[in-house]
Write a protein that binds this ligand. Structure first.
Ligand code: CTP
Length: 401
């Protein structure tokens, strides 16, 4: 039996070309046994007719806040209470902005403000609108308040552009809802904070010191945790990867910025996974002007950066901590020494600079160590490896599962 059987689902449809997919979504939800009531915004009505959604849901479709006939049957507050879950699909940039601002000037936004039930948002918009800092900040704010964000996906858009902004497919939304309602997913209800990518330590306005890191492993881990139902916050150094759909992604440059972003959020997290290749040192002074070449040699004075992982592990009530160790030789012994020194629960060691994989490669192999045990994860693609590592973290995080 589907976890959707006999559940009350309020589907919010806002204005966007993806609204045509809502019809298929209603059909799939009904087939899975859910009771579906549809609320449309005014703009949604320009893309799909209420008649279609009414026929598919088998219930009257609501559009107006002040509609005496409908309010007499089931008022907006009753609708807000009726819903076990509210899913907004598609959610336009405008609707997300109004949700973030707490505006209640139409039926759907009023219901969202009044409800005590989880609100899930499936964004759909032009890639430029999704990438706009205003939308990014609204999305991050909503996530901080517990709104669940699914998508958007990357790909070809109705406007002919390529990029993030496509609504997830109805079948994908259905699968996620089923998992969400079943509360399965090994990390359902858990919040995971990850660091990924390199850091950049500025020398002057145009130069920096950095580490070799594509961020692929950290991003693959973020996706693997999301697939297991976790809420994911990803603090990322500069990489050329799209932010994982559904994660809150915070872009940083230097180790100090990464440390601050982590410390600001770590108290809300159950697990901390440090995948970033943090620069161990930064220039003591950052030149205000571009450094000019003069002498044959140039000395740089470097100072130690804080160790973010060790700092989190040393907090009075630390989350479950997972670190990485990139070693050029004897990875297991060195990683175990690192694990103990930093006080970390688990450490994943990999050999770099060899044929085994590692930095800037698509394949990787890991040896994972914890107090009293270790396991080899064989060479595989980073996403597959991430799935295996997440499964192993789940075993150690709650032994007995
Ligand atoms: N790490 C961190 N902050 C730092 C340095 C490292 O959070 N300033 C984290 C990395 O994300 C990784 C782990 O610590 O999870 C191991 O990093 P690594 O640089 O390999 O280890 P170090 O302890 O710095 O040792 P060394 O550089 O001497 O090998």
């Amino acid at each position: 039996m589907s976890p959707l059987q006999d559940r009350n689902l309020l589907l919010g449809v806002t204005g966007g070309i993806a609204a045509y997919k809502s019809a298929e979504l209603v059909r799939l939800l009904r087939r899975a046994g859910a009771r579906v009531r549809v609320v449309m915004t005014g703009a949604a009505g320009r893309f799909i007719t209420p008649m279609t959604l009414q026929a598919l849901s088998g219930e009257p479709v609501r559009q107006e806040l002040f509609d005496p006939a409908h309010e007499a049957a089931m008022g907006h507050i009753e609708l807000a209470r009726w819903a076990d879950r509210i899913l907004i699909a598609p959610a336009s940039a405008d609707f997300m902005a109004r949700l973030a601002a707490g505006i209640a000037d139409d039926l759907l936004s009023t219901i969202c403000l009044a409800t005590g039930s989880p609100v899930i948002v499936a964004p759909a918009m032009n890639q430029g609108m999704w990438r706009n800092p205003a939308t990014r900040e609204n999305a991050a704010l909503l996530q901080r308040r517990g709104v669940v964000l699914w998508g958007p996906a990357e790909g070809e858009q109705a406007c002919g552009e390529q990029g993030p902004g496509r609504m997830l497919e109805p079948a994908d939304l259905l699968r996620r809802l089923e998992r969400h309602l079943a509360g399965d997913g090994r990390f359902a209800g858990r919040h995971v904070l990850l660091t990924a990518g390199p850091t950049r330590e500025a020398l002057d306005p145009v130069r920096y010191l950095t580490n070799r890191s594509s961020g692929k492993m950290g991003y693959a881990l973020a996706e693997a945790f999301l697939a297991e139902g976790a809420q994911v916050t990803l603090v990322s150094g500069p990489v050329a990867l799209p932010p994982p759909a559904g994660a809150e992604t915070i872009a940083v440059e230097s180790a100090l910025e990464m440390e601050q972003a982590v410390l600001d959020r770590v108290n809300r997290c159950d697990l901390f996974v440090a995948c970033a290749a943090v620069a161990d040192y930064r220039p003591r002074v950052v030149a205000g002007e571009k450094i000019k070449k003069r002498d044959e040699t140039l000395g740089l004075e470097l100072v130690r950066n804080p160790d973010i992982l060790a700092r989190v592990a040393a907090l009075p009530a630390p989350p479950f901590t997972v670190g990485f160790a990139a070693e050029t030789s004897d990875p297991v012994a060195r990683a175990e020494e690192k694990r103990r020194r930093k006080g970390v629960d688990m450490i994943a060691a990999n050999l770099v600079g060899a044929a085994e994989g590692g930095f800037e490669r698509d394949d990787n192999a890991l040896t994972v160590l914890w107090e009293g045990g270790h396991r080899e994860l064989p060479l595989s693609g980073k996403r597959q490896l991430a799935d295996r590592l997440v499964a192993l973290i789940a075993e150690r995080y709650e032994p007995g599962n």
